[in-house]
Design a binder for this molecule. Structure first.
Ligand SMILES: O=C(O)CCC(=O)C(=O)O
Ligand SMILES: [Fe+2]
Length: 531
């Protein structure tokens, strides 16, 4: 049976891919996207040895090591200075250990954000902090090429983001806090940094030279993790790590000593360059295997012969705010999401990045995914949501099901939400989701609903008031499923941040590509072919 049986009849000359063949190419496409995801970086780091004698530091420009680092702060109205590593101060009457204790004492206890509240709970976070208004430091990441390195890994620029004009994304960096985690019990459990602006894409942590034990920084994304183990070189090295801000991370217990860090917010800003000024570091979307695969797919007349929409869930979550969110993307796209977006864009395909809400809000996705185990070999690609009338010929995708099968008000406690979400079936290789009925695609990033805020309202009402659903003319074929981990973490975002969240929270988005019908896309492909 044809996937698009109702519309293919109008073009009898070219045969449409069989459902089995269509399934097979969707699976392949998913594989390509998956491999892009597993190879994309979400964190990077480095070390800078510190020479104890000032004169040992190399000249700016070729700096591979640093001299001692000064931290200045104010106690009452008196200026204080600590030089790290301890014992490296040129002042004879250093007493640096006393100064370190003084710095720790002068810091305030650091809380964390749980939703809109700031919480002090030393079982979750035990740390002290200084705000930037209270300290200054002689260390700057730019002196050691850290910004360039982070830019390369976390903010690659892909060619062709805009016709004729190249938008170069640059990193803007802002010192945010000084934190001290001290033994025997300093720690910060799993959390996600609260975005401080719509442009924030990541965080940079710089660990100053001061000996400590434990305190590993563990950063996770989509089931992968990077463990920054800084204990062994803590005494005489500056160690740093940068990661996307939607990555879940934690600091293991510091059992001894003081782990002193500077944290920075990383922002993506754009710079317009005309083609004459292109720089060579730019990656060409054609260099990705996905490009060739998608191009070949589009050149098959039978693939989405009458047109359709391909949907892929983003691998990262993006911050959004009420007014300026739509300006955020694609500029703020990260990792594999940027690759997929750019490849589609460079093929001349209309592509949107839009927030998605699955089923009746993301709290109710449990029964919205097709569990492949239920189906037999003989019909490898059944309609997961058969129409009760027995006809499956409604492919305009606008069927809308408002009946609230879930008692929304029963999800008021965070742990209940998480438990509910853990039951999600995401083991099917991919889901072919009936559009409109099960996955709501917002018109822009703007009207996202935070679950906590609307607890007591029936979902249908929330949806009507706060979501304008983007309606595509053709059904959406979802080629990837959202990861269970992502959904769990989306819950955690609401619960634990490094700051209380204001208007900004994260949402998962999807990349939606409008595939023109074969007769319309031939021209487009000829143009791509000739480039
Ligand atoms: O100190 C670190 O390694 C990270 C600190 C952190 O996660 C935070 O301040 O949000
Ligand atoms: Fe953090």
């Amino acid at each position: 049976m044809d996937v698009q049986s109702s519309t293919s009849a109008s073009q009898p000359t070219i045969s449409t891919l069989s459902r089995t063949a269509f399934t097979a190419v969707c699976r392949q496409l998913e594989e390509f996207i998956r491999s892009e995801k597993t190879s994309a970086s979400f964190a990077c780091g480095g070390t800078i040895p510190v020479k104890k004698t000032v004169g040992d530091a190399e000249d700016a420009g070729t700096v591979k090591s640093s001299g001692p680092i000064n931290v200045f702060w104010k106690l009452k109205s008196e200026a204080q200075k600590l030089t790290l590593p301890l014992g490296s101060s040129v002042d004879a009457e250093d007493g640096s250990d006393t100064r370190l204790r003084q710095l720790v004492a002068d810091c305030e206890p650091a809380g964390f954000g749980r939703g809109q509240e700031t919480v002090m709970d030393s079982k979750y976070r035990k740390a002290r902090k200084l705000e930037t208004s209270r300290f200054a430091t002689s260390f700057h990441p730019a002196d050691f090429g850290i910004i360039e390195r982070v830019e390369q890994v976390l903010l690659p620029t892909l060619d062709k983001l805009d016709e004729g004009i190249l938008q170069i994304r640059r990193m803007h960096i802002e010192l945010y806090k000084l934190n001290v985690y001290s033994g025997p019990s300093g720690l910060f459990k799993s959390h996600v940094d609260t975005p401080r602006s719509k442009n924030q894409i990541g965080s940079l942590v710089v660990c100053l030279p001061s000996p400590f034990k434990g305190g590993n920084l563990i950063v996770r994304h989509e089931g992968r993790e990077v463990d920054f183990d800084w204990e062994h070189q803590s005494a005489d090295t500056i160690q740093w790590a940068a990661f996307y801000s939607d990555c879940d991370h934690e600091i293991k217990t510091i059992t001894d000593g003081d782990r002193i860090t500077l944290t920075y917010n990383l922002y993506a800003v754009t710079e317009l360059l005309d083609r004459a000024n292109q720089i060579s570091a730019i990656i060409d979307p054609k260099s990705f295997p996905l490009y060739g695969f998608l191009k070949d797919l589009l050149m098959m007349p039978g693939f989405m012969k009458t047109g359709g929409v391909l949907g892929a869930f983003c691998s990262h979550a993006y911050p959004h705010a009420s007014e300026d969110a739509s300006a955020l993307l694609p500029r703020g796209l990260k990792g594999a999401d940027l690759v997929l977006y750019s490849v589609l864009h460079s093929l001349g395909i209309e592509v949107d990045v839009l927030p998605v809400m699955i089923g009746h809000g993301y709290l109710d996705i449990e029964d919205d995914w097709w569990d492949s185990d239920e189906y037999t070999e003989t019909d490898p690609y059944p309609d997961p949501y058969p129409n009760p009338s027995g006809h499956s010929d409604n492919d305009n995708g606008n069927r809308y099901d408002d009946d609230a099968r879930v008692d929304y008000s029963s999800f008021s406690k965070d742990d209940q939400k998480v438990r509910k979400v853990q039951k999600v079936k995401v083991n099917s290789p991919y889901a072919y989701v009936d559009p409109g009925k099960k996955v709501h695609v917002g018109k822009s990033l703007n009207p996202y609903v935070a679950a906590d805020t609307y607890e007591d309202q029936p979902f249908a009402k929330i949806l009507k008031e706060h979501w304008s659903t983007r309606e595509y003319e053709k059904p959406i074929t979802w080629v990837t499923t959202p990861l269970l981990e992502n959904i769990k973490h989306a819950m955690a975002y609401l619960a634990y941040g490094n700051e209380a969240s204001q208007a900004r929270t994260y949402s998962y988005a999807a990349i939606l590509a409008v595939i023109p019908a074969w007769n319309e896309r031939q021209q487009l492909l000829e143009r791509v072919q000739n480039e």
